[in-house]
Design a protein. Structure first.
Lengths: 125, 366
């Protein structure tokens, strides 16, 4: 007992001064969801599978949206994504310290592609 | 004071909880006291119901593993695994060998960290804050190992129906097992304090005694039952890789709070030994098989969680969403035994007795 007490007196604190000192993430940690939006086909699979309803995908508006406060980092969307454009990064999101909650949401909008021109009517014979 | 003016003392009923300094989760008791002695205790739960069982009707049955995991924040992997095992039982799926061994690895990690957490909370309950900090510091190493191998600290998210979705290589597993040697040494040091320190013994020894017959008759499970001298462990049924591992079930006979603490301390030791054994003996091969079946029928699974036996039941009727999912959690089974252990105890010992069943109210109410 006394031995443990003395040992604790001369050891360094077990905690870090977060957020100034951040523990490096492990290679396979589930940190945060990132998207390669160029490869996304807006199929909405992530939205359907997400247990926390963190996604909103609107194919007509070309919009993909995530609420990082709702996301529970379970990784179901990464497994469900047919184009593998959703990835799990091992770094966690930064703590939100400002009132405006910067970094909470992430939104990508792709302007709808121009409608393909109707094929020219074949010349009447 | 003469006999005539002394107030007549009858039983007093006082409310205990749902908000109480020692309780991390809401649990209410109506305690009937005669002087300082408990003569009756009526438990009441229902403050933290979240409706997770109902959610199985809304989610795809393969996705639901991640919801099942969130039934509990401590024995989360085993909830996910229990659900997966029940679904695998329903579908008649054989899980690959490496997946079974990895599940065992994570189960035992979870048991070790859950018991360490409990030791800390117990120390906190009887007012030994330093011991609480020291225990949780040792636990941190286990959480790091969990994050390195499974991806999450307490919610592992690595169990799927049909296997696991993470495959840490053998070197990582061996390195992790070596890292856990530090925890073993630390636990040995902490055990000295828990078992030998007079102040701790004063709070735990002879408190909340539960006899062997009572424990069995009231359906207690897990360390609560084993501390009363009943040798009962679901791991012996041989799920995951337990049929291929040799392990001893820790049994104590005193039936008091100290016996429950001792059971958990020795189980940490046993779990860490099992983790090391799994890391050296784990077979190679695939870790998951694809599951495409449409669920139909009923399935069961029983697993030994840190708090005791948990039972899972699923039923499906040919749709992607299951009809019913039911969990019988160990805390629910232990509540009658806890009430019995409180009879005759002093009011000041009630928090310690409640703590020694390691209550997980969120699990119980889901």
């Amino acid at each position: 007992m006394a031995r443990i007490a003395f040992r604790n007196l001369c050891t360094r604190p077990a905690t870090r001064r977060y957020p100034y000192v951040v523990r490096p993430s492990f290679e396979k940690s589930r940190g945060r969801i990132v998207i390669d939006f160029d490869a996304c086909i807006l199929c909405g699979s992530c939205q359907r599978h997400c247990p926390a309803n963190a996604f909103e995908v609107d194919r007509n508006a070309g919009r993909w949206w995530i609420d990082r406060f709702r996301c529970v980092n379970c990784g179901i969307c990464v497994e469900a994504c047919p184009k593998k454009c959703l990835m799990m990064e091992n770094e966690r999101s930064k703590s939100v310290v400002s009132g405006d909650q910067a970094g909470r949401e992430e939104e990508h909008i792709r302007p709808p592609a121009p409608k393909p021109q109707a094929p020219a009517a074949p010349a009447q014979l | 004071m003469s006999e005539a003016t002394r107030p007549v003392r009858g039983p007093t009923t006082i409310p205990f909880g749902p908000q109480h300094p020692v309780l991390p989760e809401p649990l209410h008791f109506d305690l009937t006291l005669e002087d300082e002695r408990i003569v009756d205790a009526v438990p009441q739960i229902g403050y933290i119901h979240r409706g997770l069982e109902m959610l199985v009707e809304k989610r795809d049955y393969l996705d639901y593993t991640r919801v099942a995991e969130r039934v509990c924040g401590i024995c989360s992997f085993m909830h996910g695994m229990g659900y997966s095992m029940a679904v695998e039982d329903m579908l008649g799926i054989e899980v690959p060998d490496r997946a079974r061994w990895l599940r065992t690895f994570w189960c035992e990690l979870e048991r070790a960290h859950s018991h360490l957490m409990w030791l800390g909370l117990a120390a906190d309950a009887f007012g030994f804050e330093n011991l609480f900090m020291a225990t949780w510091r040792a636990r941190e190493i286990i959480l790091d190992v969990a994050e390195e191998t499974a991806g999450g600290r307490v919610i592992y998210g690595s169990c799927n129906v049909g296997g696991v979705n993470r495959d840490p290589d053998d070197e990582t597993l061996k390195r992790c097992a070596k890292e856990l040697e530090k925890v073993r040494a630390e636990v040995a040091r902490l055990a000295e304090v828990f078992v030998g320190e007079p102040t701790v013994r004063h709070r735990l020894e002879g408190v909340g005694i539960l006899g062997k017959d009572k424990a069995y008759a009231l359906g207690a499970v897990g360390p609560m039952l084993r501390a009363s001298g009943v040798d009962y462990d679901m791991r012996r049924t041989g799920y995951a890789a337990y049929s291929e591992l040799s392990f001893s079930t820790v049994v104590e006979t005193a039936g008091d709070c100290m016996a429950r603490a001792k059971v958990r301390i020795r189980e940490i030791e046993e779990s860490l030994r099992l983790v090391a054994e799994v890391a050296t003996r784990i077979p190679g091969g695939p870790v998951a098989i694809p599951v495409k079946a449409v669920p139909n029928g009923e399935g069961w699974a029983r697993v030994e969680q840190p708090r005791g036996e948990a039972l899972y039941f699923v039923r499906a009727a040919g749709k992607r969403n299951l009809e019913r999912f039911r969990v019988r959690t160990p805390t629910f089974a232990n509540i009658p035994a806890m009430v019995e252990a409180m009879h005759g105890a002093e009011l000041a010992d009630v928090p310690t007795i409640i703590l020694t069943i390691d209550p997980c109210i969120s699990c119980t109410e889901r």
